[in-house]
Design a protein around this ligand. Sequence first.
Ligand SMILES: Cc1cc2nc3c(=O)[nH]c(=O)nc-3n(C[C@H](O)[C@H](O)[C@H](O)COP(=O)(O)OP(=O)(O)OC[C@H]3O[C@@H](n4cnc5c(N)ncnc54)[C@H](O)[C@@H]3O)c2cc1C
Length: 470
Amino acid sequence: MHAASRLPEEVRLTLEAIVGSHGLIEDPGRLLAYEADALTTRKGTPLAVVLPDSREALIALVRALHAADLPFVPRGAGTGLSGGSVAHDSVVVATTRLRRILEVDPENRTALVEPGVITAEISAAAAPHGLRYLPDPASATACTIGGNVAMNSGGPHCLKHGVTSDHVLGLEIVLPDGETAWLGRGEDGGLDLAGLFIGSEGTVGIISSALVGLAPVAGTTRAMLGLFDGVGDAGAAVSDVFERGLVPVALELIDRATIEVVEASIFAAGLPTDTEAALVIECEGQAEDVEAELAIAAEACRANGAREVRVAQSEAERLAIWRARKKAYGALGRAAPDVFVQDAVVPRTELVRLLPEIRRIADSYGLRLANFFHAGDGNLHPNLLFDRRDADEVSRVEKAGEEIMRLCVDAGGTITGEHGVGSDKVRHMPLLFGSGELALMGALHHAFDPAGLANPDKLLPVDRVGGSAR
Ligand SMILES: Cc1cc2nc3c(=O)[nH]c(=O)nc-3n(C[C@H](O)[C@H](O)[C@H](O)COP(=O)(O)OP(=O)(O)OC[C@H]3O[C@@H](n4cnc5c(N)ncnc54)[C@H](O)[C@@H]3O)c2cc1C
């Protein structure tokens, strides 16, 4: 009998026989590392964490948990921002030891990878062939492809390149009863069952490998900054860029609160700290096309009151801008111990009206707000700064978050653009979906997971969908 174990002894012995003692975590101190993802307001203590290091071990684990009627929570790197991999009275199946790139096929421009492969490593493996994996969540140097597929992740360059779903060609999945299946995209005439798994947030099984598409490395890539004295002007410039017929490869907005924090950190890129908003606009393709596109983007910025337009003069300067943008979330750690990020998508044309409204909501709850987001596709990320040890502040963050969510939905938006529903936004699902739609989702879920073992209480509101949710 293991002193700290919360597992039935027989189950514990079975799991240990599959993964060895080094692959089974039950020590309460070590379990702390798995109590939350990057959203620190949602927490839970798993019964145990298992770390399979082969496909066979993964399958055997799921079979054992099914036989014991124990729920499980798939987990990649835990960078999720909606509490999707948080476990209560469930076993966490972590994929971080399943990180082999099984094949890079330059001729067919594909890569077959295990679920725990870090997203950025796919492009690194493809680079010697002049290829890359296009989706680029800002967390790409930490998150896993399994997590990306489960969340249908986006990223700054998904504006033009498309999100994860557009680059997954097939998936091997382990169903909640331990059966495996290879799912394609319906190209052979069947249903697009892989499509059903993409974005299912671990609620219908575990992705055990993914076949993803690769694309050639871009010829020329250049970035520019549009600097504005008002966030509204920057929002108007975003719409104007598209009205001029331009779709840049990335169009991000960073506000003053974020710039101040980033510029005080090791990710400083020389962004002026007295600017209210900076647009990062990137174009790629043939050199002459890129020049022409940058000129259009610059004109859209100037026409909407940009006080300055700066084009990065070297690759080092371009990469510095992206480091500042992609590491902004980490830099916020200088300003507060915790960050709550919303993820609504709104029609681009609503940015001008909503950005001041969101600021007003944050102010009304006495909260600090920092914005940096995928402005080109209207994917807002208002970051509310707080300290989780301050219960009153936590409750104000929850209320402000909810108000921002309702504001965005009322403006014709969605409750999530890329961070998923997880445990955080499950209560908001009825804001968007009627009972008929929720029942259909519940019925589909039941077909894959009749015992309700896979990532319970995430994505689907149990009281509304019926079906098998525990
Ligand atoms: C600084 C920062 C920047 C970010 N930037 C972006 C961004 O630009 N775009 C974006 O979309 N997201 C972004 N995110 C959110 C996050 O990185 C993504 O959601 C990512 O896909 C999560 O991957 P992960 O491996 O960390 O998964 P986890 O957080 O471990 O899990 C996420 C969900 O996927 C499920 N899951 C994990 N692995 C599997 C599997 N093998 N099979 C089935 N289900 C599985 C889990 O159960 C959970 O529901 C960011 C997060 C941070 C902290």
